[in-house]
Design a protein around this ligand. Structure first.
Ligand SMILES: [Zn+2]
Ligand SMILES: [Zn+2]
Length: 174
């Protein structure tokens, strides 16, 4: 996940070519790729890849699982700025504080996962907000190769965690 890609996503968000995901519903259609172009990286999403779709203003946005994660992570960056409670959305503010608390107390790791799996929600509990990840939602499963317990996230929760750990100087995933 190169720096160029992150820069491109930042541009798309700044220009309005992509909306801020926090302004959209959290329900995604999740399934196999249908060979449409990804609104993040602009590459095709092939049937061997997981695709998530969301309807926005009469248009369907589609993403690779990784690109969806990156879209959320980058747009969550502003949540951690000093002015965030004013500029950001109030609904997500408690989760910003929760990310900080869980990182500080070691309940969430600072380092990126060895493997990031994405799929349809399994009903298991999100490691950040502790609500179940529903079948209508994307679920991210983070695996570490040192035998740690897996971490599960909603896409928006993953984005908040990713933005804050990067802000603290930990590298984005490759
Ligand atoms: Zn993509
Ligand atoms: Zn969550």
């Amino acid at each position: 996940m190169a720096r160029n890609f992150a820069a491109k996503l930042r541009e798309k968000l700044a220009s309005g070519a992509l909306p801020n995901p926090s302004s959209l519903p959290t329900k995604y259609f999740v399934g196999r790729g249908t060979n449409g172009r990804c609104d993040g990286c602009e590459e095709f999403i092939t049937p061997d890849q997981i695709e998530s779709e969301i309807n926005h203003g009469g248009r369907t946005l589609r993403f690779h699982a990784r690109c969806l994660a990156e879209w959320h992570a980058i747009s969550a960056e502003s949540m951690y700025e000093v002015q965030a409670p004013v500029r950001g959305d109030a609904a997500r503010q408690p989760f910003v504080d929760l990310v900080r608390d869980k990182l500080d107390s070691g309940l969430l790791p600072h380092d990126g996962a060895t493997t990031l799996w994405a799929g349809i929600g399994s009903g298991r509990t999100c490691s950040l907000c502790e609500a179940p990840i529903l079948i209508t939602e994307m679920e991210y499963e983070l695996e570490y190769d040192d035998g740690r317990r897996v971490i599960l996230f909603h896409v928006s929760c993953h984005g908040l965690w990713e933005a804050e750990r990067r802000r603290r100087g930990y590298a984005p995933p490759d």
